[in-house]
Write a protein that binds this ligand. Structure first.
Ligand code: ZN
Length: 347
């Protein structure tokens, strides 16, 4: 399967934090042919292993399987669903979104309700409506009907966005954070056929609420080097000031120098930059972004693991639909492969 098809299927799959099973099953299918072992750990991380030479270093590549979303908090008497946010979501992007409520009886289509412009006061038009004032309408007449449709407190809600190609290499879809990383992970393992080091390819859970899956995965895997494969903010759109977000779409994978949770280990950063240069892969350096990646937790596992991040710039990240350039994704794969091959020279 082509990289773009893997990304499409992963993007269309639903895996709001804590409910990653659809994504995990896809990842299991995709990774299985290229690894020696594959298992799910106690909390739901998918841990695949490709054995290398004896006494060779061990690399952990991690991509998180979860996506931001919502969770039903209360069913109102008249059938509207109040919700809470899972992960970092800007309240301003929620209004009028089409969503899918995942119930035990199956998925339900819904919309985040909004007050029509005709009846808004001038004051109301200027204000951002907080998420706790918003509600999802699944078409239920009242609470009983919503319950009959299968809705219960705790159901997760994802954005209803279908993957699409926008041009030769630009694609559009939901959950690119971090299905892009998941797709890079699969393709990297496919291309890593003869490699000296041991490689763990890990699909992690619950990244968006505090890097939780990576914490326990790294403990199990005990890597010598940790690399998170993720997406990052593309700062090349109108309204973003110069220097606010340095990465630009289409200019290659991004290497984190430092973020809110990690200072990339100098040896790992060097390894990544050298691998890129030797293979003529353009890259971008990033620092000062709020938030972090799984690498922050891998780095602090046990007695410490030198770690770094390869990410792909995504426009409109953490919104119902992001945009990435497949060319950046391809280059991120090439960099990940080159880096893994070079690890034994340095670690
Ligand atoms: Zn992410």
């Amino acid at each position: 399967m082509k990289l773009v098809e893997v990304l499409e299927n992963l993007s269309n799959a639903n895996g709001v934090t804590g409910r990653e099973e659809q994504v995990r099953e896809l990842m299991r299918q995709y990774l299985k042919p290229y690894v020696d072992e594959i298992r799910e750990d106690r909390l739901g991380n998918l841990i695949a292993f490709k054995r290398g030479k004896k006494d060779a270093p061990t690399v952990m590549l991690a991509a998180h399987m979860d996506e931001i979303g919502l969770m039903v908090k209360n069913i109102k008497k008249r059938g509207f669903l109040q919700f809470t946010k899972i992960g970092g979501i800007d309240d301003r992007i929620l209004l009028a979104q089409k969503v899918v409520v995942h119930t035990d009886k199956g998925p339900l289509t819904g919309v985040v309700g909004s007050k029509p412009v005709h009846i808004q006061t001038d004051e109301e038009r200027k204000k951002v409506i907080n998420a706790d004032k918003l509600f999802i309408d699944v078409g239920a007449r009242d609470r009983e009907e919503a319950e009959k449709m299968g809705v219960q407190v705790g159901d997760v809600v994802s954005f209803d966005t279908k993957f699409a190609r926008l041009g030769d290499s630009v694609v559009f879809g939901k959950a690119f954070d971090d299905r892009v990383g998941c797709a890079i992970l699969v393709e990297t393992m496919r291309r890593l056929q003869k490699v000296d080091c041991n490689v763990y390819a890990v699909g992690t859970i619950q990244e968006e609420v505090g890097l939780r899956g990576a914490t326990i995965a790294a403990f199990q895997v005990e890597p010598d080097v940790g690399i998170a494969l993720d997406s990052t903010v593309a700062g090349d759109t109108p309204g973003v000031a110069e220097g606010e977000a340095p990465a630009k779409m289409g200019e290659g994978p991004v290497l984190t120098v430092a973020d809110a949770g990690l200072i990339a280990h100098p040896k790992v950063l060097r390894l990544l930059m050298d691998s890129a240069k030797e293979n003529k892969i353009p890259y971008q350096l990033e620092t000062g972004i709020r938030g972090s990646t799984d690498a922050a937790r891998i780095a602090l596992s046990r007695e410490g693991v030198p770690s770094g991040v390869i990410s792909v710039p995504a426009r409109y990240i953490h919104s119902p639909a992001a945009i990435v350039d497949l060319d950046d994704v391809e280059k991120a794969v090439r960099l990940a492969v080159a880096m893994v091959e070079k690890v034994p020279e340095i670690f």
